[in-house]
Ligand binder design. Structure first.
Ligand SMILES: Nc1ncnc2c1ncn2[C@@H]1O[C@H](COP(=O)(O)OP(=O)(O)OP(=O)(O)O)[C@@H](O)[C@H]1O
Length: 254
């Protein structure tokens, strides 16, 4: 299948250091890819380059065949490249229903002023409620974010990302900080993402990575040192040395 998302020879220098060093990767609709690597490998920098929060020194980012390398984050979101919202960006006094309605209005390029009357827009409200129901948090639609549990806030992040109708979804440690009792719901929500959506997940939790990913990319010191199947990654000598050693050993005796 042809690529929905393509990164070619991306390079970012901070001072004299290449934090992203000639990184290339391609994703097709429906791909489930995990991006892993040790602390400081350059994962966050890579995601920021992809979303347009920072610009590269060289290389290209292409979305659905269009070169978006010089576009800002909002323009990329409009074209379907969406990063899951961070809980820290939720408004504690607003409700899930209001957050999702606002995201729908944003997607449709409708004025923020219209938000004041979003309750009078049945289409928007119905869609918001359907999304919250899909993520199992419909019962919290009218509660303030400050009143709902952290794991449910993370489900709300996913609802917000989906409200933007992404073609490519970047998930940045979606279960980080979530109590064990709630991680299963988040994993289920991720497993239920639309089949044609391309998903790139950055994750440190290897159990989650191996349950989610059909393909694993390993970044170390700004470079891709592995791009292949979850089975092969645990056996790769460079990856074991750079990152996975103890986990791979534990898996092989498990
Ligand atoms: N704005 C910046 N200016 C200078 N150096 C930076 C900047 N942002 C990141 N770096 C450096 O780039 C390298 C990669 O950082 P980055 O945060 O992308 O790694 P990471 O893989 O996301 O790490 P972690 O898993 O710890 O979040 C680090 O050495 C970091 O110190």
């Amino acid at each position: 299948m042809s690529a929905i998302f393509d990164v070619r020879n991306l390079r970012k220098m901070f001072g004299g250091l290449a934090v992203t060093n000639d990184v290339s990767l391609s994703m097709a609709p429906g791909d489930r890819v995990a991006l892993i690597g040790p602390n400081g490998a350059g994962k966050t920098t890579f995601v920021n380059l992809v979303t347009g929060n920072i610009l590269p020194n060289s290389g290209t980012v292409t979305l659905g065949g269009e070169d978006v390398t010089r576009l800002g984050p909002t323009q990329r979101v409009r074209r379907g490249l969406v990063r899951s919202f961070q809980v820290t960006r939720l408004f504690s006094e607003m409700t899930p229903e209001e957050h999702v309605s606002l995201a729908i209005l944003q997607r449709e390029g409708r004025s923020g002023k219209m938000f004041a009357s979003h309750r009078a827009m049945p289409g928007v409200m119905d869609e918001a409620h359907a999304l919250l129901a899909k993520l199992g948090i419909a019962q919290l639609a009218g509660h303030r974010v400050s009143e709902i549990a952290y794991g449910q806030q993370r489900l709300l992040e996913l609802a917000l990302a989906l409200a933007l109708k992404p073609k490519v979804l970047l998930l940045d440690e979606p279960a980080a900080g979530v109590p064990q009792s709630d991680t299963a719901r988040i994993e289920q929500a991720i497993a239920d993402l639309p089949a044609d959506l391309a998903v790139l997940m950055i994750e440190h939790d290897m159990d989650l990575v191996f349950r989610f990913a059909k393909r694993v990319i390993v970044l170390a010191a700004g470079e891709i040192i592995f791009d292949g199947s979850p089975d092969a990654v645990t056996k790769d000598a460079r990856v074991r040395q750079a990152y996975l050693g103890s986990y791979a050993d534990a898996r092989s005796v498990a």
